[in-house]
Design a protein around this ligand. Structure first.
Ligand code: NI
Length: 195
């Protein structure tokens, strides 16, 4: 059982890599349900933007925001940027940052896998979601270099979850109406409790 974007919920487990100690970085606000822009469909990122200092800084800020949250993935949509890219780190030691720009899933295994997912945009809510166990994904890295990855298990789940965000979808959309309803009611209650 894995808590998804909150996989590192135990703060003792969070070890931050060197490059995250740059004081110039800043935390970004994360959109939370029911913010309507979580439903935006992100557009293709213009590859000319990748090398710009502003975009590189945004990636660093997204990693910082994800590590501090703590989470294992963060899509641009969640920080109110509506271009297709996301950052992920599913490693125990939080030292394997991955950037996916304009990601496309080419293949999915027929074999499915269920993971307990959560989402930084729906804090406090967790539910089992069934997705392809393995995927082949193609994307650009943070230097604009294309790469293809064949992955399974948690990383495959995380990539599918984050690409969903870029398409305006949330993990609760994968639940049965009954379970989604229950999750939304619980979420409303949690939100009221926080006010
Ligand atoms: Ni999410």
């Amino acid at each position: 059982m894995t808590c998804f974007e909150a996989a590192a919920a135990d703060p003792r487990r969070v070890r931050r890599p060197q490059f995250h100690q740059n004081p110039a970085m800043s935390l970004l606000p994360i959109l939370e349900l029911p913010h309507p822009r979580l439903r935006n469909v992100a557009g293709t990122l213009d590859a000319d933007r990748i090398a710009t200092p502003g975009f590189q800084r945004l990636l660093d800020d997204m990693f910082e925001t994800m590590y501090v949250a703590p989470g294992i993935g963060l899509a641009a949509t969640q920080v109110d940027v509506h271009d297709r890219f996301m950052v992920i780190d599913v490693s125990e030691n939080r030292d394997q940052p991955l950037v996916f720009i304009n990601p496309v899933i080419h293949r999915r295994t027929e074999q499915l896998r269920e993971h307990q997912e959560g989402c930084l945009s729906i804090p406090g809510i967790y539910a089992d979601v069934t997705r392809a166990d393995g995927i082949q994904v193609e994307a650009l890295d943070r230097h604009g270099k294309p790469f293809v990855l064949e992955v399974d298990d948690l990383l495959a789940t995380c990539i599918q979850h984050e690409i969903d965000h870029l398409d305006g979808k949330l993990f609760i959309d994968h639940l049965s109406p009954l379970k989604r309803d229950r999750a939304l009611k619980k979420y409303e209650k949690l939100r009221k409790g926080r006010d």
